[in-house]
Ligand binder design. Structure first.
Ligand code: NAD
Length: 356
């Protein structure tokens, strides 16, 4: 049956990197991949089109699709808008409406780019971590929240960290399922020494682990996890953590690999439907110049094929094509080093298609 893909380019470099990923999908379609692609605005583009960062039609398209390919949202021109209509609300809305609770963020260091990391090659070479971040709960969504004025006239900001057992259980199972297909190690990151909510997190993780006897579960406080990620990152296989801790740790892990332009992500619901996007933002500083690296978005398509469309062989073909263009010495500006061939984003996309 034809699989429906919602294509949401978004803002800034979003449209140019998504165009390269669409080239890759078109190439695979010509090779037998049975897909239909439909495009819609989101983020700042959604706001301009309809006054909402997540237009109703875009949400409806996302809901009826099997998978969503997203570029990035945000830009200087929307920064002064009321927070309720800022571009980021489009993303948060999609995650919440589609119940995309499990965010998979791999941090892989390609051997060809070992020099791009700020860490010593022996610390990072061969790095392959999967961070599983809870995405629809925790302090980013907890109520009550806001800024209130106290009796003495002073303003006070407040947010709420809240997780129910079922929310912890399902993200735990997501992490353990992935660990079963990898190195069979899960490190759950919390702050159980200070936060009651993550004390419960730890307890539920222990409970989930009983159903996965082959997987080794360990626990780590988030401050130590941040330290260990830069000290000895190869000790980790799968890390599972809360929304906010995962937000921070996954960016840290991303930088171990050198370039933000290389890393894909997936956000999945309980049935394997997912939204796929690069981990970087809309990079307004380089938008429209054909210098943005499209590989993170192209690798997001590989994750889509693997996790939502059940096309593991095609996913591997994309990953091998990316390796091949790196072997050929092609580099966008963000991963360029002496002796390599500097190319623009569209040339990089064409090279991946040629390698496919
Ligand atoms: P960013 O990720 O957009 O950019 C950080 C730096 O990395 C910039 O110097 C940028 O030029 C560079 N960069 C990013 N992607 C690149 C690529 N593919 N190739 C080469 N270089 C790349 O983060 P930021 O500057 O903090 O935020 C810019 C805007 O993006 C803001 O409006 C922010 O809210 C938004 N944002 C969106 C998302 C998302 O859509 N998921 C995520 C983060 C930030």
């Amino acid at each position: 049956m034809t699989k429906k893909i919602a294509v949401l380019p978004g803002d800034g470099i979003g449209p140019e990197i998504v165009a390269e990923a669409v080239k890759v999908l078109e190439c695979l379609r010509a090779d037998g991949l049975d897909i239909e692609m439909n495009e819609a605005p989101v983020g700042g583009a959604g706001y301009e089109a309809s006054g909402k960062p997540l237009p109703d039609d875009t949400l409806a398209l996302a809901k009826e699709s099997d998978a969503i390919l997203l570029g990035a949202v945000g830009g200087y021109q929307w920064e002064s808008l009321d927070i309720s209509v800022r571009p980021e609300k489009g993303l948060l809305g999609l995650r919440a409406e589609l119940e995309l609770f499990s965010n998979l963020r791999p941090a892989i260091l390609y051997k060809q780019l070992a020099d791009a990391s700020t860490l010593k090659p022996e610390v990072v070479s061969g790095l392959d971590i999967m961070i599983v971040r809870e995405l629809t709960g925790g302090i980013y969504f907890g109520q009550p929240r806001g800024v209130r004025t106290l009796d003495n006239g002073e303003r006070q900001g407040f947010n709420t960290l809240v997780y129910s057992e079922s929310e912890i259980d399902r993200i735990g199972r997501s992490a353990f399922d992935i660990a079963m297909k990898r190195g069979k190690k899960v490190c759950s990151v919390d702050k159980a020494n200070v936060l009651e909510c993550t004390e419960l997190w730890r307890e539920v993780m222990e409970h989930v682990a009983k159903d996965y006897p082959e997987v080794e579960l360990s626990h780590m406080y988030v401050d130590n996890a941040a330290m260990q990620l830069v000290r000895a990152p190869k000790q980790f296989d799968v890390m599972v953590t809360t929304n906010m801790f995962g937000d921070i740790l996954s960016d840290c892990a991303a930088m171990l690999t050198g370039s933000i332009g290389m890393l894909p992500s997936a956000s999945l619901d309980a049935n394997g439907k997912g939204m796929y996007e690069p981990i970087h933002g809309s990079a307004p500083d380089i938008a429209g110049q054909n210098v943005a690296n499209p590989l993170a978005t192209i690798l997001s398509v590989a994750m889509m094929l693997r996790y939502s469309l059940n096309q593991v062989v095609m996913a591997e073909r994309i990953e091998q094509a990316v390796e091949k263009v790196l072997d050929q010495g092609l580099r966008t500006a963000d991963i360029y080093s002496d002796g390599m061939q500097k190319v623009g984003g569209s040339e990089m996309g064409d090279a991946v298609v040629a390698a496919l």
